[in-house]
Ligand binder design. Structure first.
Ligand SMILES: Cc1cc2nc3c(=O)[nH]c(=O)nc-3n(C[C@H](O)[C@H](O)[C@H](O)COP(=O)(O)OP(=O)(O)OC[C@H]3O[C@@H](n4cnc5c(N)ncnc54)[C@H](O)[C@@H]3O)c2cc1C
Length: 454
């Protein structure tokens, strides 16, 4: 077997592993600071979970105060221009103040163009598989690109894999699933339904909260978000083999009058780090959604002419989380705690789909409705030139129920990108970056830090 050489001869200033919402924001932010940035992504497209048709949660506190800005807001503004978003739409009587649906394909196309404009090198079909470290310093990462293994060198690294793959390979400690059991929240596959009469579908299915919005070119209000359950069809859905439980809840979102993104499948006891387990879920959830689509077309108003497109991959809610310099916890969310080393705020409540796949738990954000995310949640204890951002930052399994959502992921991604560029410029370990340098740079970029920042 050939010994792998360098895949690319250059040394980058910042390498970002993973191009979900987090990695996209991290790479954009690093490049805007002047860092030569490379972004690795195993799939042939960027977006991660955001490419599956999910609403971005959430920019505003329960009382309607916006606390998420920066690149997260810039993307929404750009998508509104193209008809791919309708802004932050109030959700009357909802568990959040507002919802932010986006078109997944337009999201992917627009963010790809933004990365290209900033000069980020995107390496598609390229997975990080190992890290070469010396004395707690990452020198290069080993990647697998098609059938080729090779090293890529950088001065500073960001783990935006969602699974803390890079952090673990570099020797940083991480928690896997729930303490003790290692159990993880269930996985789900999204489905897009096209040729739907969404207003009639909403009337037939919406049982809890719904949000409606208009946009340029669509004069009639669109049901951009609704939430219901299949309780009245329990017996039929069991007989069809769609679900093995009753009262299945689902969420839909859209920015189009004739399409719906359906979050209506679920499978427990799947390990998102294990390719065999994830592959089994892909097969089973595709089948579950094909049956659900056939059921909706035959039984529910508004879907008579619909086609159903289960997503190409399974959405993973939870795998590993870094155990960094600080672990954000449930109490921090409950009281809306503020920190001097804030790098942005989160305001989505704790939302836990129980690992048994049968129940869901919400814990509201207390205080003024927002909590600070400390920089220390991104900093590993034992690796000096690495930051971890997005779904896998350093949080307890309960706090993860809040921070795993896309708005906080985008915030930690952007802040990690700026911090990484600053550290790379000064050859400074992540843990030594002073807040007096980082926080003004975050503010200049438009990140809202809350009141506690220096
Ligand atoms: C079914 C479901 C419903 C959800 N609903 C909502 C919702 O309504 N609103 C909301 O805001 N959030 C929701 N979430 C949560 C949210 O979508 C994710 O937690 C968030 O998108 C995570 O972003 P990320 O960029 O950190 O990770 P991901 O989106 O997982 O992206 C990680 C990227 O890294 C890549 N990667 C993985 N391993 C490697 C590697 N070894 N090397 C290089 N790259 C790698 C992946 O291919 C992927 O592109 C939901 C999640 C699921 C699963």
């Amino acid at each position: 077997m050939q010994t792998p050489g360098n895949l690319i001869e250059d040394t980058f200033d910042v390498l970002v592993a993973g191009a979900g919402v987090t990695g996209i924001c991290a790479a954009l932010a690093a490049a805007r600071q002047g860092a030569r940035t490379v972004l690795l992504e195993p799939r042939p497209f960027i977006g991660g979970n955001a490419a599956t048709g999910l609403c971005i949660h959430t920019y505003k506190t329960k009382n309607g105060r916006q606390v998420v800005y920066g690149i997260a807001q810039e993307i929404i503004d750009r998508l509104i221009e193209q008809g791919g978003a309708v802004g932050h739409v109030p959700l009357p009587e909802g568990y959040v103040h507002s919802v932010t649906p986006v078109d997944a394909d337009l999201f992917r196309m627009e963010t790809t163009a933004m990365l290209a404009r900033e000069g980020v090198t995107i390496l598609y079909n390229t997975a990080l598989i190992d890290a070469s470290t010396r004395d707690g310093h990452i020198e290069s990462v080993l990647v697998c690109s098609k059938s080729q293994l090779g090293y890529i060198k950088a001065r500073f690294f960001i783990d935006a894999t969602g699974d803390a793959d890079l952090a673990v390979k570099a020797g940083a400690p991480a928690r896997v699933g729930w303490p003790g059991s290692g159990a993880m929240q269930p996985v789900s596959m999204m489905m897009r339904a096209v040729s739907v009469d969404t207003a009639r579908a909403c009337a037939a299915l919406s049982e809890f909260e719904s949000a409606w919005a208009s946009k340029r070119g669509c004069p009639d209000p669109i049901p951009v978000y609704f939430h219901g359950s299949f309780t009245r069809w329990n017996q039929q859905l069991r007989e069809l083999g769609v679900y093995d439980h009753d009262d299945h809840q689902f969420w839909t979102n859209t920015v189009w009058p004739d399409q719906l993104n359906f979050n209506g499948s679920r499978m427990a006891n799947i390990d998102g780090n294990d390719p065999l387990s994830l592959s089994r879920a892909t097969v089973e959830l595709t089948s579950q959604l094909q049956k659900l689509g056939a059921f909706l077309r035959a039984n529910v108003e508004g879907f008579e002419r619909a086609s159903f497109l289960p997503n190409a991959f399974v959405g993973v809610r939870e795998t590993r989380n870094l155990q960094g310099l600080y672990e954000l916890n449930e109490d921090d969310i409950r009281v809306g705690r503020k920190f001097a080393d804030t790098i942005g705020q989160g305001c989505f409540p704790v939302d836990i789909h129980h690992p048994d796949g049968k129940s869901q738990q919400h814990i509201d954000v207390g205080g003024d409705g927002a909590y600070d995310i400390p920089y220390r949640c991104l900093v590993p204890k034992s690796v000096e030139n690495l930051l971890v951002a997005g779904r896998c930052i350093s949080v307890t399994q309960y706090a993860h129920g809040a921070t795993r959502n896309m708005a906080p992921c985008m915030t930690t991604g952007e802040s990690a990108g700026i911090a990484a560029a600053l550290c790379s410029q000064q050859s400074m370990p992540a843990a030594e970056l002073p807040m007096s340098r980082l926080q003004p740079a975050l503010r200049r970029a438009g990140v809202y830090l809350g009141e506690m920042a220096a």
